[in-house]
Structure formats: C-alpha cells, structure tokens
Design a protein around this ligand. Sequence first.
Ligand code: GLP
Length: 641
Amino acid sequence: MMMAAAEITQRERMPVRICASAEAAIAEAADAVERLIRERAAAGRATVLGLATGSTPVGLYRELVRRHREEGLSFARVVTFNLDEYHGLGGAHPESYRRFMQEQLFDHVDIAAENTHVPDGRAPRDKVFAACRAYEEAIRAAGGIDIQILGIGRTGHIGFNEPGSGPDCRTRLVTLDSLTRRDAARDFLGEENVPRHAVTMGIGTILEARRIFLLAWSEAKAGVLARAVAERPAEAVPASFLQGHRDCVFLLDPAAAGQLTRVRHPWLVGPVAWDAALTRRAVLWLARKTGKALLKLVDEDYAENGMADLLTAHGSAYHLNIAVFNETQHTITGWPGGKPDADDSHRPERALPYPKRVLVLAPEPMDDVYCMGGTLHRLANQGHAVTVACLTSGNLAVPDTDLRRAIELLGEAAAGRGAGPEHAHAADLQRQLETKGAFGEDSRDIRRLKALIRRGEARASSRLLGVDVSGVRFLDLPFYEAGRYRRFRTGEDDAAAVAALLAEIRPHQVFATGFGHDPLSVPALCFTVLHEALERHRDADWLCACNIWLYRGPGAEWEPQEVDMAVPLSPDEFENKLHGIYQHQTQRSQSPSPEKNGSGNTWNLASKLNRAAARTYDGLGLAEYEAIECFRRWRFQMSAS
Ligand code: GLP
C-alpha cells in the first residue's frame, strides 16, 4: 500500500501527520515546545504558549513535567494563555479549567503564577466583554502566542468555538452546544451541572498564533477530523478554519486518523496492493455507497468508483461479489462460543473445547450488557462457563439522587430495628451526603455505597441474561477508586488484579473493549491494564489457545468491514437484552426525552445501534435479523521490551 506522500494526502487541505501512537505525537509536540523554550531562554527571551484543556493534552503536560523534573526544562521564562474557561466557575471548582491547569501542569513546574493566564470564569455578565478585551490585550502585550496547543471537540470546536463560529471571532462569551455539554456530563457528575456558557478565545485569536499543533486521539474524533481536514473551511466545523494558517499541523494517533480518505478508502487516492482484508473493505464500501446488495454489484459500479484494477485482478464483478459475500456470511454466527459437533472451518470461533471458559470484561458495570448482552445470553445458554468481570466499580457514575434513595432505604430498614450501629451508619452517610455540596468529592463511604448500588444492578442484569451471579466478579481496580474522570493513573496493582483473574480462569475466550479509545478514558485504561496483565502470562499455554474478541464500546458499533464475528439476535433475545440494560437503573438517560439521548450511557442508543447493524447486513443482501452485535478479533502482541 505504498505511494507517494503527495498522492496519499491529495484530499487533505492541510498538513496532517498520522503518528504511530498518541505518545509519539506527544513527543513531537513536546520537542517543539522544549526547543523553543530553550532557544528563547538562551537568548534571554520569553516563550508564549497557548494551552488547551480536556483529556487530549494531559499526556503532553505529563511529558513536559517529566522533562522539567528529569531534564531541567525550566518554565521560568514561559508565559501561558489558556483557550477557555466555563463561565460561572471559579478556580477552586474541581472542573474549572484554572484548576485543571494547576493540577496538570502549573503546580509541577517552575512557572510564575502571574505568567499563567486563564480567562476569568467569574467575571459578571456586564463585565465579561471588558474582561475578554483585556485578555486579548494581554496576549498582544506578551508578544503574541508562539505555539498554540489545541484539542478538538466532537462538534469540531476548538477552544469553545462551537459550530457557527466564524474565522474572525475574538475572545468572547459563548453558549455551549448540547453535544459538548453531554460530553462533559461525566466530569460534572451529571449534564444538569455542566455550565451553559463559557469564555473562549476566538478563532481569529487562535489563528494569530505563530505555530499551531492540534492533537487528537481516539476513534471518537475521527469523523469530525476527517471533515475538518478535507472539507472547505466552514462554520459548521470550526476547526476547518485552521486550514488557513500557514504553520499548523494536526498530530493524530492511528485511531483518530481512521476516517481520513487515505486510511479509510486508500483506493480512492492512489494505487493500492489489494490483499483480502482491503478487498473486503472496498467491496463492502462500494455496496453501501451504491445502495446495492453485494450480489447485485456490476462491473460498471467498480469501474466508476476507482476500483477497476480490483476488477481486473478478479476477472469480473460476479466472482468478486461472491467471494466477499461468502466471507461476510461466514462472520455471522449464532454460536459465539463456537458450535460443538459442527464443522468450524468457516466459523469465526472454533468448536472445541466445549464448553469454553469465557471471560467478559466490562470496564464499568453495564458496558458488557450494553454492547454484548445478547451474546452474553447466548454464551450462557449454550452451556459455556461465563465469568463477567466488572473491572472498575463505576461509583463515579452514580447520581446523588440514586444515592439518596439508597441511604433512605438503609435508614428506614435500620429504624425498623431500633437505634443501633446500622442506624448510626445510615445517619452518618446522610450527613456526608448533605455536607459534600454539589461538586464536592464523594467520601470513601459514599463511593463504597455507590459501588454497591452498581453491583446490585450488575447482578440483576446478569441474572436476566442467564449468567450465574456467582460468575459476576467485581475487581474495583485501584486506579479508579483513587481518581476521577480524566485524572486517572493506572499502576502495578491494577495489572496484578487482572492478571490474577486471568490465572484463575485461564479463559478460552476473552471479550474486551477499549482499543482505539481516548487513552485517558476508563475503557482505554482498562485495555492497557489488560495488555499488561496478558504480558505477565506471555508464556502460558492457555494464552496461546485463547481468542480475544473486542466489542466496540458504548455509543458505537463496528462496521461490517471491521467485523470478524457478527452475532444476530431474535426479537425475543433483543428484548431480553434491553431488560438487562434496564436493570442498570442509575445509568438511565439524563433526559427522559428520546431526542436528547445522544451519546453516553443512554439506554436507547444500544437498541438503535444493534438494529442499525442488522439493517446494514440486510442492505448488503445477507439475511434479515432483528438486531446484531459485532466483534473484532484482536491478536495479543507482546511489547517489544
Ligand atoms: C473542551 C475544551 C476544548 C477541548 C475539547 C475536547 O470542549 N474546551 O479545548 O479540545 O473539550 O476535549 P477532550 O480532549 O477531553 O476530548
């Protein structure tokens, strides 16, 4: 699949670098920042950095802190300006960007407090305008921004310049998009707590920076990035205005680059070496693009869509169609654990051993049911020994309203038995809840009770899906218990806990998720922990014989070309899955109105995704099912070290 750089980037309207990993991209940005700081310091001059918040730049800040500690990189002559701040939040608020910057960077380097600037979220409405002008003035007075670091929101926003923002806008008060608020809901422990407004540098302000690095990781960003890079600059995708900058580069990890034409449809931008996987991908794409069933594609469809060479290699559309049809057909199975006593030469999973020991890993309780509840049901029904392991307790995602209910229940149950330690405990919990305040951190006791609520939900859900509740395990991984969203750090203990579970079960199949996710998200951290745990078993016999299947994670589903195993569900099975999801009462949608149920832990989305997958297969001319759950095979590869 080799071709000249000019060819492969022909549909990209600006420089984009697909780095080997987020770490590699971070190293590149950190090198540029370090080089400039050192050069300027040597000349006795200051460096002005424009900084961003969110999960994306956290790795960069950690790397800069490391270079400060270990390599003497000094920030004494650095001046910083942050992009934005939620309106209404003071610096002490745990979700304010000021606090974020203090915790992620400023508190750990030798930067002078007066050199760090974050827009003032507390400026009263009638003073915001003046404060915004003063912010711009301060940037100018510092000599302008030398290097601007950016992330990107799923709406395509940079800073908080939501769709509709033009290329000339300046620092101002803005209203946040509903998708942006939903994306922040977890951090704020509920969408209703997310501020509705923010102060942000404008796109015009950002474009004045001398050099810009936009960083992006994970498949969640892939769609909007492809638009920002390939479409004409427009207000619908504010990041697209970066195309007009003369020194701006997007540094992406492979997952974030996944929707760029050169990655997703390389045959459209140059000659490719057609292997089986690429052929399948292209033919499935062609069928979906033309709206035709696979077996109805004709030579002209191939020729008119840049795939004439593929046709030549296979002789005719007829042969090609059948080959891809059969291959896709063979990914569909109602026997996710393998079909005993059947020929398995064309099945995704082997027949033997039977029954299998199956380990299903859920980063947070419910992820398993939400993404593969039907498959779980089948595995249990078909006689396999299924263990569901909830890796983290999920207590951070329990709203206080549900907690209050549980405390009241405890209190009433205890009261029925007279004053005693149980009664005192319930009263104590009640007090802790009342005193923590709207955004206060939960105490250990409260987190514990929230975790127990989720355990109850997970057990109820598994029971409905036929999984023996003794097979539901709760690992309560330490990294989660010690942190909050976006601030987690995994350690040895986490990998040790998962390694111990693997050693105990010695699974024939593992179902997991987190591949390609935002590296700081709970699924991605759990996936890293799984990888480390597998490393510890690198020589184990069971691992050589273990198939690892990936489910994509809440909110998204694999596309047919990515799927190695598609498990169809009958209407009854699908209904049962939904009942399983409904047991996770604390994870119900924030809003009862369906049109507001976009991403995140909403119940409705699971049904939409599984039904949509079934419709896609139907449209390809395969059998018509009620719903489908999809999986990808993942081959464990040991780290080079
Ligand atoms: C917020 C910030 C942006 C950031 C975006 C993406 O909206 N204002 O500056 O780029 O979130 O966040 P994350 O990096 O967590 O995906």
